[in-house]
Each structure stands twice: as structure tokens, then as C-alpha cells.
Design a protein. Structure first.
Lengths: 414, 120
């Protein structure tokens, strides 16, 4: 029998779902559930790598010339490009395939989680019951920006429950990230958090924050690595959704991150914490899931609770600056309109530097940086950037940060 | 609370809140593609299962269902299976993939070529 598989290991294939690490509340996948995610991980690579470049071809060869003929000018913004591209047969077919991939990921993840939901809930209870590191407050409303649509086409969003008190929202969110990013975030999907650890150790060697606030923690992917790296620091991780916090707390405890307190709270109102209560205020891929009025409130509250010499850091996808070509802005906007991320487009058009100075920072205190996911490269290939990038999903982020009053503090010390 | 048992299969199919975009002129095409893509995925699952069975039989000569469920490929096998899925995807996605090539190279209708050949 001849082998049809090349031996040189040069093909860009997704790592197997078996490489996903298990923790205390991981769903146990069957053989075929693993195979479903294996298919989706590779299919997503095909959509971005092999088919994705067709969008630019369609735009350059027929959509743009057609637009110019009709309007006598180039498109003025990404929205005009989107409306024109939505009439193009290649782009619509590509979008339909991609939307189906997202929907399949949700169905596949939910089927795996929900068939074993009783076992998962029981495991979570073992980590959650009687612990003062999980604080739920049913009076916290789900904000409109979280309830208007189910974000990422995730049925029930972060706050949905199939059975009272369950953790299905968190378990489903956690298990499928591997398929959506083709393993780009690593075995625990925590490549963002690992990157934060690496970044801060290089940026401020020897710094020991006393207290860190993680806003919009979701399942705690990005805060657990920090909590493990700073075992003597107290971490407060907040989110508005109880189901996701139940899962996050159990997950963190099972991974040994016992220094994180998960609290149901809305970051627009941090009044339970005093001014200057934290040395570090962090958000990771969260601000695009808020709203036009909530975002500046969150940054302002974050500024208030941040201590002098403290760090505020936000990891996001890159903003749509004037320097970014309109076509790239349009591609990066795909998730906004096709994967239920309704604030994504407006958020990435915001000038974060202005938002942060409005909140109280001096412009000189602000910095920007690029942060790439830190994962085990033996198993996980680096996520492509550039033409083959899965825009909006690449494991590479833009960091907006500031050290509060760091200059004044230094001057006072001198 | 009701006594109705929780139907996880139905619950797994819950629709996400938020109106679904329309990609095609005919709504039936949306449904047909969703069924087709689910089948495309399930065929890939069957192929992977078959590959697991073959590898286990190669290694042990006889296997149980537990062996299949607990199978984890080593690095080489994982790569080969990834390449197998990739090859399968390229095969079933030939149509859309060729759309990209059509965009790269716009070609005249064969009827035009036919006319041309008559004259040369």
C-alpha cells in the first residue's frame, strides 16, 4: 500500500484536539467529538488561508471597478465596501461557509457539553461550594450590550443557563476556542494570559503587584496564568454573567490558581472598591463586547481604582486607524456583522488614546505595544498574520496601556 | 420545574439570538448549505474514526470500542491525520477553491475560443 501522506511535515495543519489540556471541569470528549473539532480547526484554516485571498481578488477585479463605475468615486469607508462586497457571489459564498463553521462549532461544543452536563455541574460544585473566592450577586443585571444578541453566535451567550445554576455557557465557550483559532491560543486557550506574564516580566522585572483587577474575565483564560505567576498577589476577576463565573472559578481552582476571587459585578460601577485599590487593571479582548457609553465609563472607573504607579492594560485587536486600508478594515469587521459582535466595528474605530486621556491619564503616560500569544510551539504553530490571517481571530493583539502618574511618582522619589 | 427530561440534543441546536444574515437570494439555499456542511463535517469524522481503527489494528491486531475512544495520536500520527483532513477539505471544497482561481485569471468563454480556432 502506498502512503499518500507526505513525510516532510511541511503542510500547515491544525494540531489535533487531543492536544487540548484537561482541567477539573473540562468536558470529556468522545472520539468523534474530537474529530468534529479536528475538522473545524482545519476547515477554518482552509477558509482563511486558501479561500480568504479570493475576497481581495473579487474586490480588486470586480467590486471596486463596479463601485467606481456606479458612483464615480472610490468607497469612502468600510461600510460602503461591505455593502458592495455583500453583492459579490464569491464573498457571499465565503461568508456563508464561515458562518456555517461558526454555527457548527457552537452546535458541536454544546452537544459535547450538554450530554454530560450533570457530571460537569457536579464537578464544578466540588470546586465552588462553600468557597469565599466565588461571589455571585443576582442583583447584577445583564447589560443590554451583553443581551441584545448572543455574542459570537453562542446560543445563550455568557449568561445563559440550560439547567438552573449550570456551567454550560463557560464549558462550551472554553472547549471550542481551540477549533475557532485552530489551536492558536495553546493547550488551555490561555496564550493571551501567558503573553501577559512574559510581557510584564520583561517590562518590569521584579515588580510584584499587590492587587490586580481583571475586568470581563469570562472563563478566566487570561488571568489564571498571571495569578500563577504572582502567587502572593490578590486577584479580583469580575464579569456580569454568573454562569461563566461559576465555570471560571472551578477552572481556576482546579488549575491551582486559588488567589483569584471571582465576583459578579459590572465594571461601569466599581464603587465597592476605593480609589487606588489596585496596582493593575486589565482587560483582554473584552472592550469590544461593551458599548459606546459603557466603554468610557469602564475606563474611567478603572482609572479611579488604579493606584499611582499602577498599570492599566487593554489587549484588543488593532484599531482602525487612517493608516489601515479600508479593505482591511472591512475584512476585520466580518465578525461584527456575521458573528454577532455588534460593538466590534465602532470599538475598533475608537481612538483609545483619547478615551484613556479623557479618563484621566496624561498623554505621555500612554503606550502601545504588540503582544503575540505564548504557546507551546512544539505542538501549536504560530497563527499566520498578513494575507492568510483569520482577521479578528489571530493570536496577536494590540496592547493599549499606561502607568498611572508614573512620572510624578518618580520625580517625587528623586 | 417540570418532569420532562432534559433533551440535550434539542438544546444543542438552540439558535443564537440575533437575526441571521442572508447570504443567498433563496432562503432554501441557506438551509441546504447548512445541511451539506454538517454532512461534510460528519464524513470527516467517519474518516478519522476509520483511521483510528486502522492504526489500532495495525498496532494490536484486535481492538475494542474503548481503544477507539481513548486513542490519542502521537506527533507523527497527528500530523498525518491533519494532512488527511486537509486533503479531504481540499477535495470537497474544489468548487469554491476554483472560484478563487477564476478570480485570479479571468478567461473568455470557450465559445469564443471555438470561433478563434475555426479561423486559425
Amino acid at each position: 500500500m502506498t502512503k499518500i501522506t507526505p513525510q516532510d511535515q511541511k503542510l500547515d495543519v491544525a494540531p489535533p484536539y487531543n492536544a487540548v489540556a484537561r482541567h477539573g471541569v473540562s468536558p470529556q470528549p468522545s472520539h468523534d467529538e474530537i474529530a468534529r473539532f479536528d475538522f473545524l480547526a482545519n476547515f477554518n484554516k482552509f477558509l482563511s488561508g486558501a479561500l480568504g485571498p479570493g475576497n481581495k481578488q473579487a474586490y480588486d477585479k470586480r467590486v471596486l471597478p463596479g463601485f467606481e463605475k456606479e458612483h464615480g468615486r472610490e468607497p469612502q469607508d468600510r461600510f460602503e465596501i461591505r455593502h458592495a462586497m455583500n453583492e459579490d457571489p464569491f464573498h457571499t459564498f465565503w461568508s456563508a461557509l464561515k458562518r456555517n463553521s461558526m454555527e457548527m462549532r457552537q452546535q458541536n461544543g454544546r452537544a459535547m457539553v450538554l450530554r454530560q452536563i450533570d457530571e460537569l455541574n457536579a464537578k464544578a460544585r466540588q470546586f465552588n461550594e462553600g468557597r469565599d473566592t466565588l461571589e455571585l450577586h443576582p442583583e447584577i443585571d445583564v447589560p443590554r450590550y451583553q443581551s441584545a444578541v448572543d455574542i459570537h453566535c453562542m446560543p445563550g451567550s455568557y449568561h445563559g443557563e440550560e439547567l438552573a445554576g449550570d456551567i454550560s455557557a463557560g464549558a462550551n465557550y472554553d472547549c471550542g476556542i481551540f477549533a475557532t483559532t485552530a489551536g492558536g491560543l495553546g493547550a488551555l486557550s490561555d496564550g493571551g494570559g501567558q503573553a501577559l506574564v512574559e510581557w510584564i516580566k520583561k517590562e518590569r522585572p521584579g515588580w510584584e503587584p499587590r492587587r490586580v483587577l481583571d475586568i470581563g474575565t469570562t472563563v478566566g483564560h487570561n488571568i489564571v496564568p498571571l495569578a500563577l505567576a504572582f502567587p502572593n498577589c490578590e486577584f479580583i476577576a469580575i464579569d456580569t454573567a454568573a454562569p461563566i463565573l461559576r465555570y471560571a472559578h472551578a477552572r481556576a481552582q482546579s488549575l491551582g490558581a486559588t488567589n483569584i476571587k471571582f465576583i459578579q459585578a459590572n465594571a461601569e460601577d466599581l464603587s465597592r472598591w476605593d480609589d487606588g485599590a489596585f496596582d493593575w487593571v486589565q482587560t483582554t479582548m473584552f472592550l469590544h463586547e461593551t458599548s459606546g457609553k459603557a466603554l468610557p465609563k469602564i475606563i474611567t472607573e478603572g482609572y479611579r481604582v488604579l493606584a499611582d504607579n499602577g498599570l492599566m492594560l487593554h489587549l484588543e485587536q488593532p484599531e482602525y486607524s487612517d493608516a489601515m486600508p479600508l479593505f482591511e478594515q472591512f475584512l476585520r469587521d466580518w465578525d461584527a456583522f456575521n458573528n454577532n459582535e455588534p460593538f466590534w466595528s465602532s470599538m475598533h474605530a475608537l481612538d483609545m488614546k483619547t478615551v484613556m486621556t479623557d479618563a484621566g491619564f496624561d498623554r505621555e503616560e500612554l503606550f502601545e505595544s504588540g503582544v503575540r500569544a505564548v504557546v507551546d510551539r512544539e505542538i501549536f504553530l504560530e497563527a499566520p498574520t498578513g494575507e492568510d490571517e483569520d482577521h479578528g481571530r489571530a493570536a496577536y493583539w494590540h496592547a493599549y496601556g499606561a502607568w498611572k502618574n508614573a512620572d510624578q511618582m518618580q520625580e517625587a522619589a528623586e | 420545574m417540570t418532569d420532562t427530561p432534559f433533551d440535550w440534543m434539542a438544546a444543542a441546536n438552540k439558535k443564537a439570538k440575533g437575526k441571521r444574515p442572508e447570504y443567498f437570494d433563496d432562503p432554501e439555499d441557506e438551509r441546504m448549505l447548512s445541511i451539506l456542511m454538517a454532512v461534510v463535517g460528519e464524513v470527516s469524522v467517519l474518516r478519522e474514526r476509520m483511521d483510528t481503527v486502522e492504526r489500532l489494528l495495525d498496532a494490536k491486531g484486535t481492538i475494542s470500542r474503548d481503544d477507539i475512544e481513548s486513542y490519542a495520536p502521537d506527533k507523527q500520527a497527528a500530523y498525518e491525520r491533519g494532512a488527511m483532513i486537509r486533503e479531504y477539505i481540499y477535495r470537497v471544497m474544489r468548487g469554491p477553491h476554483q472560484m478563487v482561481q477564476e478570480l485570479e485569471q479571468v478567461e473568455p468563454p470557450v465559445e469564443e475560443i471555438s470561433q478563434e480556432l475555426k479561423e486559425i
